[in-house]
Design a protein around this ligand. Structure first.
Ligand SMILES: C[S@@+](CC[C@H](N)C(=O)[O-])C[C@H]1O[C@@H](n2cnc3c(N)ncnc32)[C@H](O)[C@@H]1O
Length: 360
């Protein structure tokens, strides 16, 4: 059962992380043979698939590597300058499992899978620009609205800074903040239907999360870093830049459920500001009761939205299609009644295709 969860997780890495795929397949075989992985995973034999025990195993090992405590294994980990040699990987893993079995077991038991993907800031940036322009047009304003950004399931809050990133759209074309230490190549096909040379003004930003990660601490930074698959260096570099930006501009992420927090935040009226409720790759984790409550709170705020104090919902979530899952960027604004599918892209937000159409 547990070995099968490792095999399923290995399949999800196929083509994108050969290192994690090989690690998890070897660990599955070791579990079936009653090897040391059985001791490391003791107590997790009946973990639910959704809690991703295999990814917590990979992350706990990665963390030891990042802490410099597994030098033999580090040789295979690109995040610390190594180069994977898959035929000898498991030989390097085994001594680490034997030496740190108790600590690994404790960490796997204490952790939840936590990723905060800064690549999603690129569709967020474009979506906010469209929202700020559309709400201004509906209100008869000549300039886009400034934005109040409220993020549900913000994790470490790394996507609360979409205005502070330099988006490199072409050789000589940079939008966002060209002076930012965080440069992103968003790999866009098409463009958002808004003038991106106009600055996006975010006047207030705040998130909430059930399990926020505090990246002002070494522990928090290690926790997020350890969940990046160690041979995905583009994501690794993105995370490093996003952590640097977050250190310059700490943004609050409250420890609470989405509906509770949203009710408090949406109770305030924000004149001359567009309030945007944003979430990405969160909805699948929210309980049915919280979803229903969240919808009711939003409906109440929608009823109170005015042209001078408009409201928007912007989401980047997976949607089931006849061929599998696609990530869609959806926008609704009130009271204007705008309802758009702005485009779709990869789960990490990069690459992304802008293809605006009515969202019915
Ligand atoms: C896959 S992560 C995505 C994080 C971030 N939105 C991003 O795109 O990088 C999902 C996040 O949702 C949070 N979460 C799950 N259920 C929640 C709820 N009911 N209220 C608030 N946050 C929740 C988790 O703690 C986790 O940080």
């Amino acid at each position: 059962m547990l070995a099968q969860l490792f095999i399923d997780a290995a399949k999800s890495c196929e083509g994108s992380s050969p290192l994690t795929e090989a690690l998890l397949l070897e660990a599955a075989a070791d579990l079936r043979a009653g090897g040391v992985t059985t001791r490391v995973m003791a107590g997790h034999e009946r973990d639910r698939k959704g809690t991703m025990p295999a990814l917590r195993f990979a992350s706990a090992l990665h963390r030891l590597v990042l802490e410099g405590r597994a030098p033999g294994l580090a040789k295979h980990y690109p995040t610390v300058g190594g180069s994977p040699h898959l035929p000898t990987l498991w030989d390097a893993v085994l001594p680490v499992l034997h030496e740190h079995a108790d600590e690994l077991r404790a960490r796997i038991g204490a952790s939840v899978v936590q990723t905060n993907e800064p690549g999603r800031s690129a569709p967020l940036f474009g979506g906010l620009q469209v929202a700020a322009h559309a709400a201004a047009e509906a209100a008869g304003r000549s300039t886009p609205f400034p934005v109040r950004l409220l993020e549900i399931g913000a994790s470490a809050g790394l996507n609360l800074h979409p205005d502070r990133i330099a988006y490199r759209l072409g050789a000589d074309e940079v939008v966002g903040d060209p002076a930012s230490p965080f440069g992103l190549d968003p790999r866009w096909t098409g463009r958002p239907s808004a003038d991106l040379t106009r600055p996006l003004r975010i006047v207030e930003r705040e998130g909430c999360d059930l399990n926020p990660v505090d990246v002002s601490t070494e522990d928090g930074r290690l926790a997020l870093s350890s969940f990046v698959w160690a041979d995905q260096l583009d994501r690794w570099e993105r995370l490093r830049s996003a952590l640097e930006l977050a250190a310059l501009h700490p943004a609050p992420v409250r420890r609470t459920t989405g509906p509770h927090w949203l009710a408090e935040r949406l109770a305030d009226r924000a004149p001359d500001v567009l309030t945007v409720v944003w979430h990405s790759v969160v909805w699948q984790y929210v309980s049915p009761a919280d979803r229903a409550e969240g919808r009711a709170i939003l409906a109440d705020a929608v009823a109170r939205a005015t042209p001078g104090a408009p409201l928007a919902l912007l989401v980047y979530e997976p949607r089931r299609t006849h061929t599998g899952y696609e990530f869609h960027l959806l926008l609704k604004t009130w009271p204007a009644g705008v309802s758009l599918r702005l485009g779709s892209g990869s789960g990490h937000g990069i690459p992304f295709t802008w293809e605006q159409q009515e969202w019915l």
